[in-house]
Design a protein around this ligand. Structure first.
Ligand code: PAF
Length: 285
């Protein structure tokens, strides 16, 4: 596996691969990789001949008081894991490589509407940071395809809109959520949870399943499903931020009488960690 710290060298390598007729897939990450990330590499591999992953803890998507400084950084383990999963090139840039004028002085990409609700409301500026860094990475890497996990469902929609609006000539795939045996969605931040909290966190997945079952059963108004889901989380010791049903294509509020194409999304704090998760409510076809 090639390791590139400079964008110019990576770009030259990507150009060479494309000239040889290879399709290049890209998996952007913030490192501290787990099975969820490796599943993205495997999905990219099914569609592409060469895979590039990036590991970059992006400062602009962390707000005041968030965990940027203590976000787990494990570059050696990440490189080993990526190599074992058949990644061809790893991009490991410093901040100056991504933000030549400094992170605070860089051009900012804002995706209106989609960036503002839910995670955007809880973490102001977060999606500007995500859209900006992904836009920069797409420009530097020039992939044919990029894969994002759908645990960060709103992020996936923001990135899709950004790429489509700015005319990036690439395909974006959303990958299924990879879960622990108890249903907890895999996340680098799960390591902030102790063993008891990890068990307790199973209620998140159970609540999403319950919300989707109620949507399909049509036996309860949508607002009541949301209210009860929130209560369920509070009673289990969480501090819920939101538990909502939204139209899956743009996160708009659904019509009570059109109970298809919905996604259940929730965010809740458990001890030191804010967990997010989601589930598409339509039965799998
Ligand atoms: O999902 C992530 O890990 C990050 O938000 C991303 C897409 C790599 C941008 O920094």
């Amino acid at each position: 596996m090639h390791i590139f710290r400079e964008a110019s060298a990576l770009r030259a390598w990507v150009r060479g691969q494309k000239q040889q007729g290879h399709r290049v897939g890209f998996v952007p990450t913030m490192g501290n990789l787990h099975a969820g990330h490796f599943s993205l590499i495997e999905i990219a591999r099914r569609h592409c001949d060469r895979i590039v992953a990036s590991v970059f803890v992006n400062p602009t998507q962390f707000g005041e008081g968030e965990d940027f400084d203590r976000y787990p950084r494990t570059p050696d383990a990440d490189a080993h894991g990526l190599r074992d999963h058949g990644c061809d090139a790893l991009f490991l840039p410093e901040v100056g490589e991504i933000y030549p004028f400094g992170a605070a002085q860089g051009v900012c990409v804002h995706v209106p509407g989609l960036s503002d609700a839910l995670e955007g409301a809880a973490r102001p500026g977060h999606f500007d940071g995500v859209a900006s860094v992904v836009c920069r990475l797409f420009n530097l890497v020039q992939p044919d395809l990029a894969v994002f996990g759908s645990k960060d469902y709103q992020q996936l929609l923001v990135v899709r809109r950004m790429a489509s609006d700015l005319g990036f000539p690439l395909e974006i795939l959303g990958a299924p959520i990879v879960r622990e045996a108890n249903g907890l969605a895999m996340s680098s931040r799960n390591q902030y949870l102790d063993a008891a909290q990890r068990e307790q966190a199973a209620i998140i997945h159970a609540t999403l399943r319950w919300m989707c079952e109620r949507v399909r059963a049509s036996d309860m108004p949508l607002a009541e499903i949301e209210r009860k889901a929130s209560t369920r989380l509070s009673e289990a010791g969480f501090l819920p931020d939101y538990a909502v049903l939204r139209n899956a294509d743009d996160l708009s509020e659904p019509n009570e009488h059109v109970r298809s194409g919905l996604v259940a999304l929730l965010a809740a704090r458990l001890g030191p960690v804010r967990l997010i998760d989601n589930m598409a409510c339509d039965p799998a076809v």
